[in-house]
Design a protein around this ligand. Structure first.
Ligand SMILES: [Zn+2]
Ligand SMILES: [Zn+2]
Length: 68
């Protein structure tokens, strides 16, 4: 995992949905086309299962990026 990804995982301590610590991936809260960025405030750690559910529209993630 890239350096930023490790930082995100350490900050979040695992998947932000289920707390799992396996198969973690970094998810961008806003797509770059939607004014997202690579700032760490725009990224959260998700496990593979929850990540799939988020992209499938089964889980809504709160976007907390606005104030940063
Ligand atoms: Zn999860
Ligand atoms: Zn994603």
């Amino acid at each position: 995992m890239e350096k930023t990804g490790r930082f995100i995982v350490r900050r979040d301590g695992g998947c932000v949905i289920c707390g799992g610590k396996e198969h973690l991936q970094v998810h961008h809260l806003r797509k770059r086309s939607q004014q997202g960025s690579h700032r760490v405030g725009n990224q959260v750690a998700l496990c593979e299962d929850c990540h799939d559910d988020v992209h499938a529209g089964l889980i809504d993630l709160p976007i907390t990026d606005g104030a940063q």
